[in-house]
Write a new protein. Structure first.
Lengths: 127, 175
């Protein structure tokens, strides 16, 4: 297993998620999210640490063009190569969840509608 | 009788004029020949281009047919899941995934977004198939509403690819 490449993938996924430059989607499991490219996909999931059940790991699954799992690793596996990988990954699974569920888009729309409604109410008021 | 005529020709330099006129006619003829050669080459290239476009369209029609069949299969899967006919579903997912792989391989003109949609669907359907297999093995019931939601979402993406491909068919030809 090439841990250098896996660490690079984890780092780039984190960067892209942080910069809103990747599209995460919901999957059959509520805590698993997937992002697809032209001929490959990745999935991320929060899992329980193998040695300490009070700790959470982030598992990244790499999928090939036929939909087959070709690689699976956790931030624990690459911890020596990617400093503070847990903190990085932990941050971006939350962001991935928000993206996949369209949380920000929905919130923005509600704010827009409510702001507009609010203005109308003020206009219609007889004060 | 010949001598006066020759003398007149010499006096009027008619030989020079004839040479010049001959040269002009030759040049014009040469130009016309070049024009005709170019025109025929252009016609031949246009014909070749039309054949290529037609072949591309025929391939696209095949892709549209395969994609339509994939979307119909997705609808069939939703019905099977809704009626809890789980034993039949994994095979259908596998068939659907193979159809999508075939669509991606046969249609080289898919843009990056279309390829991402198809790859996302292949990944999801492959995973759903495994998920249902695990449930069947453990004799538990999969979440049909969640799985149907995902099938619908990916079928919508595939539908947008289908519409784009349909619009492109026949678009290459000038009226």
């Amino acid at each position: 297993m090439s841990y250098e490449k896996l660490a690079k993938i984890a780092e780039l996924l984190y960067e892209r998620t942080k910069n809103n430059n990747i599209k995460w989607e919901a999957t059959e499991s509520h805590d698993v999210f997937q992002a697809s490219f032209s001929h490959s996909s990745v999935r991320i999931e929060e899992t329980q640490n193998k040695f300490n059940r009070h700790e959470t790991d982030i598992e990244i699954t790499v999928i090939n063009e036929d939909g087959e799992v070709v690689e699976q690793f956790t931030d624990e596996d690459i911890s020596e190569l990617l400093e503070k990988s847990y903190q990085k990954n932990g941050g971006y699974t939350k962001k991935a969840r928000r993206d996949a569920l369209g949380v920000d888009v929905t919130l923005d729309e509600i704010i827009e509608v409510l702001s507009s409604t609010d203005n109308n109410l003020i206009d219609d008021d007889d004060f | 009788m010949v001598e006066p005529a020759t003398s007149t020709i010499e006096q009027l330099s008619l030989g020079d004029y004839a040479s010049i006129i001959g040269l002009i006619i030759t040049l014009v003829g040469f130009a016309v020949t070049i024009y005709n050669v170019k025109k025929s080459r252009s016609s031949s290239e246009q014909a070749k281009e039309s054949v290529n476009k037609m072949q591309s369209d025929l391939r696209r029609i095949d892709t549209v047919t395969d994609l339509t069949s994939a979307i119909n299969l997705a609808d069939e899967i939703k019905t099977l899941q809704r009626t809890n006919a789980w034993e039949l579903v994994p095979e259908k997912y596998s068939e659907l995934r193979k159809k999508l792989i075939s669509v991606r391989e046969s249609e080289k003109a898919l843009n990056e977004d279309h390829q991402k949609f198809i790859q996302g669907s292949i990944t999801q359907f492959s995973s759903s198939e495994k998920d249902i297999d695990v449930h069947l093995k453990n004799k538990t019931s999969p979440d049909s509403s969640k799985l149907n939601f995902l099938v619908s979402k990916h079928a919508d993406n595939l539908q947008s690819v289908l519409v784009s491909l349909k619009v492109e068919i026949g678009n290459n030809y000038e009226l």
